[in-house]
Design a protein around this ligand. Structure first.
Ligand SMILES: COc1ccc(/C=N/Nc2[nH]nc(C)c2C(=O)Nc2cccc(NC(C)=O)c2)cc1
Length: 274
């Protein structure tokens, strides 16, 4: 189908969903089809100020091209004199982060389902030579059925509620990232280990008072498992096989999908199989 030229007139704007450094996200409805979307408004002067035109363009090309049930769709975009508008899939459940904070920590079934969805989405990205999706709970949304959607396109939106400063956190970065070495696909595998720990314990494994201590804990892979909440040894086994300093020794995405903890804790119906 020839690319439709969208404009603001095509949409009825609803409630604001959240705001960020570069703009806000609104609930919106396409006027003719009544189709619900999320409209992300980014101010051009912010883009120019932070010199991220190329990043935004690359992120939009990636997001438009990647079609996967666990990656939030970018349907299209348009702009006016001072703003760029991204027409994004609407995920009714909002940020996974909020569910995690609300519950403290997740059940092993939920955690395993999310990790499997992420592994499938990342395997799809890696097939398309896309790496380092900045996956942290802030960039993960849930749809109306609670299915996970990777929603990062380079900059997360901050909800109105007070939140820990996400922009500076090192918590999710692999050692080779923190050391600013060339990173490859395996950084995403490390991050899955971080997320798996955080889903099950409610905090990331290397959290510390300040960035220096977090940096040291990451570089030393200074990992310990609290005695509560009670977590199965299979879950710990998966985390230990992902949080490995030597990136070549981390469990592959395929092996994650076949890991006993994942197989045991995911019911095949709930995840998106192609
Ligand atoms: C504040 O309570 C909320 C509950 C649910 C939502 C749902 N957001 N769903 C989305 N679908 N596609 C996109 C893009 C979004 C989105 O950006 N959501 C968003 C943005 C900023 C903050 C939040 N905050 C939370 C808590 O979800 C969500 C948004 C806000």
């Amino acid at each position: 189908s020839p690319k439709k030229q969208w404009s603001l007139q095509d949409f009825e704007i609803g409630k604001p969903l959240g705001k960020g450094k570069f703009g806000r996200v609104y609930l919106a409805r396409e006027a003719k089809s009544k189709y619900i979307v999320a409209l992300k408004v980014i101010f051009k002067e912010q883009i120019e100020k932070y010199k991220i035109q190329h990043q935004l363009k690359r992120e939009m090309e990636i997001q438009t091209a990647l079609r996967h049930p666990n990656i939030l769709r970018l349907y299209g975009w348009f702009h006016d004199s001072e703003r760029i508008f991204l027409i994004l899939e609407y995920a009714h459940g909002g940020e996974l982060y909020r569910e995690l904070r609300k519950r403290g920590f997740l059940s092993e079934n939920k955690a395993a389902t999310y990790i499997l969805s992420l592994a499938q989405a990342l395997a799809f990205c890696h097939e398309k030579d896309v790496i380092h999706r900045d996956i942290k709970p802030e960039n993960l949304l849930l749809d109306h059925e609670g299915r996970l959607k990777i929603a990062d396109f380079g900059w997360s939106v901050q909800s109105r509620a007070k939140r820990r400063t996400m922009c500076g956190t090192l918590d999710y970065l692999a050692p080779e990232m923190v050391e600013n070495k060339a990173h490859d696909y395996a950084v995403d595998n490390w991050t899955l280990g971080i997320l798996c720990y955080e889903f099950l314990y409610g905090v990331p494994p290397f959290e510390a008072e300040n960035q220096t201590d977090t940096f040291r804990r990451i570089m030393n892979v200074d990992l310990s498992f609290p005695s509560t909440p009670c977590v199965s040894i299979e879950a710990k086994d998966l985390i230990l096989r992902l949080l490995v300093k030597d990136s070549s020794k981390r469990l592959s995405l395929q092996k994650i999908m076949e890991h006993p903890w994942i197989v045991k804790n995911t019911d095949p119906t709930s995840i998106c199989n192609k």
